[in-house]
Design a protein around this ligand. Structure first.
Ligand SMILES: [Zn+2]
Length: 161
């Protein structure tokens, strides 16, 4: 006779011959453990299942607002913890937003106007192609080309919208 050891209660049990690789015994507690293990697995591996669960949870809690009201009034510690956690989440979000705004403001904007786009081939290094934006009123083209000894300077007028 084939005997299995339950992976929840560690008891030896006779497996149901119709179930392959039965790892949990028939006790209610172990069946529950098997189910919650399966759900945890599903939550981490199946995005559809995860979304369904979230939706079901949302629907349920919206239909049971009274339950939450009662729960909160009976569990002041839960309310306090939740408030604390929400505060932390808010602060994290604000910090994230600040970091984003900071990197955004360090970006220099090109003033609207007429510019020359000058591709500058730095010693034929194809990865280091630089483009200088030069306002069209302030530059002496002939001198710039000589100074930087660029033998192939192409300039064209670019009018930003
Ligand atoms: Zn068991």
């Amino acid at each position: 006779m084939n005997e299995n050891r339950c992976c929840h209660c560690q008891r030896i049990f006779l497996p149901n011959p119709r179930i392959k690789n039965q790892r949990y015994c028939h006790r209610a507690e172990c069946r529950r453990a098997r189910r919650s293990h399966w759900q945890r697995q599903k939550m981490t591996t199946d995005p559809d299942y995860q979304n369904n669960q979230k939706e079901a949870w949302k629907t349920w809690s919206q239909q049971h607002l009274d339950y939450w009201k009662a729960y909160r009034s009976q569990h002041p510690q839960y309310v306090q913890d939740n408030r604390l956690k929400q505060g932390l989440r808010d602060r994290k979000r604000r910090l994230g937003l600040l970091a984003k705004m900071d990197s955004f403001s360090s970006f220099s904007f090109v003033q609207p106007g007429t510019y020359f786009l000058v591709p500058y081939l730095a010693k034929m290094d194809s990865f280091a192609q630089k483009i200088f934006l030069i306002p069209d009123s302030s530059t002496d083209w002939a001198n710039l080309a000589k100074k930087d000894s660029i033998d192939r300077t192409t300039g064209f007028s670019y009018h930003s919208p």
